[in-house]
Design a protein around this ligand. Structure first.
Ligand code: MN
Length: 292
């Protein structure tokens, strides 16, 4: 992965990617031989939810993609990479996830972008599983086009409480202090968060699903600055394609819930034209994970 630095912003105007001064944008150039890429997000895997885990494991084992992009919230909660070595139920779950990722990374490239629930996945876990961590956002160059990839939460400007929380928990200082707490304490915090999430689902207050949507103006600004016409993102759990005007669009990934009726578990697949006879570029399609 290279970092694209030739892009500059007017000094009068802050970069749309950061409230402060980030003036670089990560760019991932797809190797020429890549033909097929799979995108997933918002699986919210957790101990005890075996149906989703099994579907995800089967997908990771079976996909013939050259790369899988996990665009955030693979995990319902992640309290630190050290969870993988501990020995209670939650930790066995983390280790099982690591096994799936590691096995997949032996035959294809696996990219991981943080979501608002698993932002503490760190370089140690990534190294263990041979994942490549992606910045949010990242530009993907593939099929002669630039695709902007993001989890999506940073664009939900109307969710002001969350945006405050986000800037707090994404700070190095906050993360350092949190990770200094004993694992058992962090796991307890994680359990409480899961209980709250379950409770709000039961009472119909879909806390697990963000009620606000992406800010259209900022989304367009991101796309224009990135030189991309399509944003692929998750987070909102509202899978569809939005025409943003002026040739810009965003394509929203589905969340996964194998106990829902109908089942929600889909993959967004980007396939490059194979021959000169086909239209140039790449084709996007959404398909059930079980058929991916
Ligand atoms: Mn999310």
């Amino acid at each position: 992965m290279t970092t694209y630095r030739s892009m500059t912003w007017s000094s009068k105007r802050p970069s749309p990617f950061d409230m402060t001064t980030v003036a670089s944008l990560a760019v991932l150039q797809a190797p020429a031989h890549w033909r097929r890429l799979d995108f997933i997000a918002d699986l919210h895997l957790q101990a005890g939810a075996d149906a989703s885990f099994d579907a995800w494991r089967d997908f990771m084992r079976g996909t013939q993609a050259d790369a899988v992009f996990i665009l955030g919230d693979l995990f319902e909660v992640w309290v630190g990479d050290d969870a993988i070595v501990a020995a209670n139920e939650t930790d066995n779950f983390a280790a099982r996830c690591a096994q799936v990722l590691t096995a997949a990374a032996q035959r294809l490239s696996v990219y991981f972008m943080h979501g608002n629930r698993d932002f503490l996945v760190g370089t140690s876990f990534a190294a263990t599983c041979s994942l490549t961590l992606l910045d949010d956002p990242t530009v993907l160059e593939f099929g002669g086009q630039r695709w902007l990839l993001s989890h999506g939460d940073a664009l939900c400007l109307q969710d002001t409480d969350y945006m405050k929380f986000r800037s707090q928990v994404r700070s190095t200082q906050w993360q350092k202090l949190f990770l200094q707490k004993p694992l058992s304490e962090r796991q307890e915090i994680g359990r409480q968060m899961r209980l709250q999430s379950e409770e709000s689902k039961r009472t119909g207050m879909a806390n697990a699903v963000p009620l606000v949507d992406l800010d259209a103006q900022l989304t367009c600004e991101w796309l224009r600055t990135a030189g991309a016409d399509t944003l692929i993102h998750g987070h909102t759990h509202r899978p569809r394609e939005h025409d943003l005007g002026q040739g810009l669009r965003r394509v929203v990934l589905s969340d996964w819930d194998l106990l829902a009726s109908p089942v929600r578990a889909s993959v967004l697949r980007l396939t490059k034209a194979a021959t000169a006879d086909e239209a140039p570029g790449a084709r996007l399609e959404r398909l059930p994970a079980a058929l991916a």
